[in-house]
Design a protein around this ligand. Structure first.
Ligand code: MN
Length: 500
């Protein structure tokens, strides 16, 4: 049990309590009960459908094994293990985007029971939020209501998409905690590799159940705000609901148990429908789908083949001496294959890890975003990146590349995605090699001093800042290839000793 001091979260004498349900779209190739593609992004409406998605009479659903595997991985990622026995039930309701009139879900024997998510808050404290359960279910289709039209449109591409609905215990007590929980769950699913976790495409959708009560031992009537698809909207919707409910209660009014929606433009929630009780859904076991039983061996195989999970990555990066912000920025970066650069950092020496971290955060990630916008994504393998970084690092160590030229050369190589035979030769060809030959630099400095007698006089009369101007002139003359630190030393010496 958590030792939570509820007094900390009290607002105007009320204790807020929040539970979160999250629908995670699992990344199986095909849908939950049919062999139609599960990749609906960019597909024309109603092109990814079969008799199963349509719910035609006599259509028989067949459970997709891969969904059970992905859910089992999610169980371990949530700190528990999959249930050896689970079953599917029908949940009845009528909606135009649900042609068969019921959703196939798991009512009382879900694939996951228990588990936990530990969140760190901005103030450095952590809190563990327990997971009640997670069940597999199918998504419905999508209805759109064109403005001004006297009809609605139904697209069934999404009907039958496999979802894992993760339900938290009502152990969250503030909007900030709700946001932190949502983000942590997103990271956990991302590193478990069970979902594409693309929030924009609705791969994870959060429903927040919020209530307030003057008695910390009794829950108030809750509202459920559905389908939030950003961490910020989770935070704002919870914040808004806490305030709305307290205002109502202060005016002596009641809270309706209802489903609400979040209107992002107006930053507010609005009532949509009164909340059904479980018995309104007329649940019963689905006779078409046999219960799912998995063996100990199956569970052990999943456990043995788990990917490196979020917590483990945090440990690895921390051991490399990276700070909290660097670690979180690397983990959050929404870049495909980022496990590849995480392992590059984790497997380097501490000093090199710091350098590579900066390159990835300040050069590669911004470059990738730019390339994605211009629809020319970088195609770079982990081993190519590794070779490029190592080659550039060596040139810097030898004093051949300035940090700015290193940046330019990294961009050049990442874009071309080729490993040069000879890094130094290429750097020379590109004009990036730093001029460190003292003889060459001395004569350049002599030229500049001769050309700028006034500036030289100013330095002599104590205007030390003007040295920067002279260094700049030398840099310009050398087309950026001079080593500025060395240039500054030479200029200072020459002016002070009246060498020129
Ligand atoms: Mn659901």
């Amino acid at each position: 049990m958590n030792e939570v001091n509820l007094e900390e979260y009290k607002i105007k004498g009320y204790y807020p309590t929040i539970g979160i349900e999250c629908h995670v779209q699992l990344k199986s190739k095909t849908k939950l009960f049919s062999s139609v593609s599960n990749d609906a992004i960019g597909a024309k409406p109603n092109t990814l459908i079969s008799h199963i998605c349509f719910g035609l009479p006599g259509a028989l659903p067949v459970l997709n094994k891969e969904v059970v595997r992905l859910s089992s991985i999610a169980a371990f990622a949530l700190g528990t293990k999959p249930q050896k026995f689970s079953k599917f039930d029908r949940k009845h309701y009528f909606y135009p985007d649900l042609p068969k009139g019921y959703q196939i879900t798991q009512l009382d024997q879900p694939i996951i029971l228990g588990g936990r998510v530990t969140v760190s808050l901005e103030d450095g404290t952590t809190q563990t939020i327990n997971i009640t359960r997670a069940h597999i279910e199918e998504d419905a289709g999508k209805s759109t209501h064109p403005s001004g039209a006297d009809y609605s449109l139904v697209d069934l591409n999404r009907a039958g998409t496999p979802l894992l609905e993760i339900v938290s215990e009502p152990e969250i007590h503030s909007a900030k905690q709700a946001k932190a929980y949502a983000k942590e769950l997103w990271l956990i699913m991302k590193y478990a590799g069970v979902s594409d976790v693309n929030l924009f495409h609705g791969n994870m959708r959060f429903d927040v159940n919020v209530s307030v009560s003057k008695d910390p031992k009794k829950l108030g009537t809750r509202s459920e705000t559905k389908n939030l698809n950003s961490f910020k909207s989770v935070e704002r919707a919870v914040d808004y609901e806490i305030k709305r409910q307290i205002d109502l209660l202060e005016k002596g009014k009641n809270i309706a148990q209802e489903t609400r929606g979040w209107i992002d433009d107006k930053q507010k929630t609005v009532g949509q429908r009164s909340k059904e009780d479980a018995n309104d859904y007329r649940y019963f076991p689905d006779p078409d789908i046999p219960p799912v039983t998995i063996s100990d061996q199956y569970i052990n195989d999943i456990k043995r083949n788990m990917p490196i999970l979020l917590g483990k990555w945090r440990d690895k990066l921390q051991k490399q001496g990276l700070n909290y912000l660097q670690i979180e920025a690397l983990l959050e970066s929404n870049i495909e294959f980022n496990a590849n650069f995480l392992s590059l950092i984790a497997d380097s020496s501490k000093e090199v890890a710091e350098v590579y971290t900066n390159w990835i955060l300040n050069i590669e990630i911004p470059l990738r975003h730019k390339q994605i916008e211009s629809k020319e994504p970088l195609e770079i393998t982990a081993s190519t990146r590794k070779a490029i970084f190592a080659g550039i690092h060596e040139l810097i160590q030898q004093g051949q590349l300035s940090s700015n030229n290193a940046r330019l050369m990294i961009i050049f190589l990442l874009k071309s995605s080729k490993i040069p035979d000879d890094f130094k030769e290429l750097a020379q060809k590109l004009g990036y090699i730093q001029m460190s030959d003292i003889g060459e630099l001395e004569s350049l400095v002599d030229q500049i001093i001769k050309k700028n007698p006034t500036a030289v006089e100013e330095v002599r009369s104590g205007e030390k800042k003007v040295i920067g101007f002279l260094v700049g002139q030398v840099m310009k003359e050398s087309k950026g290839q001079a080593n500025p630190a060395v240039v500054k030393t030479i200029i200072t010496r020459k002016i002070e000793t009246h060498e020129s």
